[in-house]
Design a protein around this ligand. Sequence first.
Ligand SMILES: [Zn+2]
Length: 87
Amino acid sequence: MLLIHCPYCGARAQDEFHYRGDANVERPAPHAGQKAFYDFVYARDNPRGWHVEWWHHYAGCRRWVKIERNTVTHEIRTVKGPTQDTR
Ligand SMILES: [Zn+2]
């Protein structure tokens, strides 16, 4: 079980959060084409190591946070609000 330090609530158990996906994906321009939107919706990297992710604190403040997590060790390096840069 991970212990996630929500920037709004403090340390909370992973059970209070839902993983919501890769935080590095950016929406393509409106006329970027079908392939760009297919990749935006379905294509994801499966990185080994550090990765920036969206998590939703659904059982707490109900805010989305960006978590920098190591996908091998599950170590969490940073947890920030959606408008704060994680790097
Ligand atoms: Zn929270």
